[in-house]
Structure formats: structure tokens, C-alpha cells
Design a protein around this ligand. Structure first.
Ligand code: FES
Length: 119
């Protein structure tokens, strides 16, 4: 388990965090969801394996603040389920990362990451 944040520490537009998956240094996006829970996604577009904010580090949202956006070719993802609703990978999903909340703290369940080539 890797502690990521307390619930109160997650800003309205989420936060990017680092984690290890096998030998690889990866980045994830941690969000509060509309139902009051939390969501975490691998920060990797489903069009090409690049961070959503590759061109503009830290810029993860469209101009309306409604969708996560890939800076490279504009794919839009719903924050609550990671579905790509527009762009070159429409219909695909961001990879969900396993997180759990215990006593107001959010943890990444590193033992459930599932290997290097999990999709
Ligand atoms: S790499 Fe994200 S839309 Fe092309």
C-alpha cells in the first residue's frame, strides 16, 4: 500500500502522484468523484502511451473543467469513469488504479496493480 493523500488534501481538480509498477516509474491522477468517493487513473492517454499533460505539465482539464483532456491530440475523458468521450481513442477508458480510503486517508493498493502490461 502506498499512502497518497488525505481526502481533504485532494484539490478540486485532483492531483498527480508518482508510483512504481515493477521497475517502472509511473504517474497517476487522483480525483474526488461526484459521489464523494475517489478515483485514480494512470496518467496515460489511450491513444498513444503518453501522459495526458505531456505538452503542458499539470494541465489536465478542458477549458470548462468538465473533462480530463490529453494535451497532445485533445482526447476528452469523463472524470468519474475514465471513458473517452471524444477524440482519437473515443470509447476507450483510462486505466483505473486501485485505491482504498481508510480513516480519511487514500492509499494505492500496490499489490493489486497486476503487472507491467495490465491494460
Ligand atoms: S496521445 Fe492523447 S489524444 Fe493522442
Amino acid at each position: 500500500m502506498q499512502r497518497l493523500a488525505t481526502l481533504d488534501e485532494i484539490p478540486p481538480r485532483g492531483v498527480v502522484f508518482s508510483y512504481k509498477e515493477g521497475p517502472f516509474d509511473e504517474r497517476g491522477i487522483l480525483l474526488r468523484s461526484a459521489d464523494g468517493g475517489v478515483r485514480a487513473y494512470k496518467n496515460e492517454c489511450r491513444h498513444l502511451p503518453m501522459p495526458l499533460d505531456d505538452r503542458e505539465p499539470g494541465e489536465l482539464w478542458d477549458e470548462h473543467g468538465r473533462h480530463l483532456v490529453c494535451n497532445s491530440h485533445g482526447a476528452l475523458y469523463r472524470p468519474d469513469d475514465g471513458l473517452c468521450v471524444a477524440g482519437p481513442c473515443e470509447g476507450s477508458h483510462l486505466r483505473t488504479l486501485p485505491v482504498v480510503v481508510r480513516d480519511g486517508e487514500v492509499y494505492l493498493e500496490t499489490d493489486k496493480l497486476g503487472g507491467f502490461f495490465n491494460v
